[in-house]
Design a protein around this ligand. Structure first.
Ligand code: SF4
Length: 448
């Protein structure tokens, strides 16, 4: 959309939620820039605002709606575009907000740029979402709730490739989308559809594009990343090996991986000396086997503990950095009595993660857990979040202390923080040093 200098259309982006959403917004942004639009901050007056929403909790749904209303107030004449998981699940809510010109569902991501450009050019030709799908994808058992608005997220195996740009240090590379697990508390499969993946060749091509920007680190991103290969028949290990050979990228991290999908074969390969860092983010959710089963999780606490043991044995040795384990835990699940919560606390003491990502359970209409007995009060959830955050602080301090004196490599970020710069070691310890321009985006040896 080439226009005179004073006629350049301005666009602003707002993104909530996960790394996937940031990679997708960044991909839309490159498309609009290529079309000649100018990107401005959302607080500025823009011709179009794109809000990429999140629906992981009731709070993120509400925040998403508030942002859409807010941008309309910033410029009531602007075109407002809504994408993301909350847009998929709460379509009619958004369509009724003043200023909203188009709501894109999860299987319409490839239409976001061309259709928005059409709207800006006065050609609001809208493709009905139902028609973008092969008939085979239209009927599927059990994955639809009346609590969700708009057509189901039928994807027919299509996946919208995406990667983040704009940051000099690391990039989020989308390799997988959707999930088939339907854990009892989770809306993600309804919002993002079935598990599907970007072909290995396309992931490698995107990694090369990222390397060409001088970025040194890539974070592999997906909904159920380890479930890579559902739609192409390629394996997750195939992907890791192919990416490992991409010149220019020196470090990889896996954003999150289910414990049962982080196989010993993958661990052995990573431990054999690759660009994949000793850093694993693994969702546990609860340390109670009774609740794991009730929530439809696919492992037991013993299995989880044995997985961490295996990784530590394969990757740790005297004088080498310890493996960083970031673990997701949800507190206040339906049925989580004081006794079951105590089981979670003692299990975490046993497996000693380096960091605990604590989430209070959010009751999501449309999920089976929402109708389960034993719903916990917000006060109880708040209390349990505080307990685990306290435990996290102690365990993280002990992890850093246990790495003292170890030689490690740090990728320094370019942000000048009052005369200092920061960066992460391979095993995800934050290091701070006096700012030095020549070290920006560089990997440097340090003693922790
Ligand atoms: S694995 Fe479970 S919690 Fe994670 S996205 Fe899938 S359904 Fe949700």
């Amino acid at each position: 959309m080439r226009m005179g200098a004073d006629n350049v259309k301005k666009i602003a982006f707002l993104t909530l939620g996960c790394k996937l959403n940031y990679a997708e917004t960044s991909t839309y942004e490159r498309g609009f820039k290529e079309a000649g639009l100018e990107v401005v901050p959302w607080t500025a007056k823009a011709d179009v605002y794109l809000v990429n929403t999140c629906s992981v909790t009731a709070t993120s749904d509400a925040k998403s709606r508030n942002l859409v209303r807010k941008v309309h107030r910033v410029n009531p004449d602007a075109v407002v575009i809504v994408t993301g998981c909350s847009a998929q699940l709460r379509r009619t809510d958004y369509e009724s907000i003043p200023g909203v010109a188009r709501v894109f569902g999860c299987n319409e991501k490839s239409l976001v740029v061309p259709e928005t450009l059409g709207i800006l050019a006065g050609r609001p030709d809208k493709v009905a979402p139902e028609n973008t799908l092969p008939p085979s994808a239209r009927k599927r058992e059990g994955s639809r709730s009346d609590d969700f608005q708009g057509p189901p997220c039928l994807d027919g195996g299509m996946v919208f490739p995406a990667w983040s740009s704009g940051e000099r240090t690391r990039s989020f590379l989308k390799v997988q989308d959707g999930c088939n697990n339907y854990c009892k508390y989770c809306t993600v499969p309804y919002a993002r559809g079935e598990s599907r993946n970007v072909p290995v060749a396309e992931c490698v091509a995107n990694a090369r594009r990222i390397a060409a920007l001088g970025v040194k680190e890539i974070v592999l991103t997906g909904v159920n990343t380890g479930d890579f290969g559902r739609t192409t028949g390629e394996s997750f290990l195939d992907l890791l090996k192919a990416l490992n050979d991409v010149d220019g990228i020196e470090r990889y991290r896996i954003s999150s991986i289910e414990p049962n999908l982080l196989t010993e074969e993958i661990v052995d390969w990573i431990a054999s000396g690759t660009k994949f860092q000793p850093h694993f983010h693994i969702p546990l959710q609860t340390g109670s086997d009774e609740l794991l089963q009730a929530m439809g999780r696919h492992y037991t606490t013993d299995f989880f503990a044995s997985k961490l043991d295996y990784i530590r044995k394969a990757m740790e040795a005297p004088g080498k950095p310890l493996v960083f384990f970031g673990i997701d835990v949800m507190v206040g699940l339906p049925g989580e009595t004081e006794e079951l919560f105590a089981q979670t606390v003692s299990f975490l003491e046993r497996v000693r993660p380096s960091f605990i990502h604590v989430f209070p359970y959010s009751r999501r209409p449309g999920t089976p857990a929402a109708n389960m007995p034993g719903q916990q009060s917000e006060a109880v959830k708040k209390e349990r979040v505080a307990v685990l955050e306290g435990l996290c602080e102690r365990l993280h301090a002990e992890f850093v202390q246990a790495n003292r004196g170890i030689r490690e490599k740090v990728l320094f970020e370019s942000t000048d923080r009052q005369g200092f710069m920061e960066g992460y070691t391979g095993n995800y310890i934050r290091i701070r040093r006096p700012w030095e321009a020549s070290l920006c985006g560089k990997i440097v040896d340090v003693t922790i």
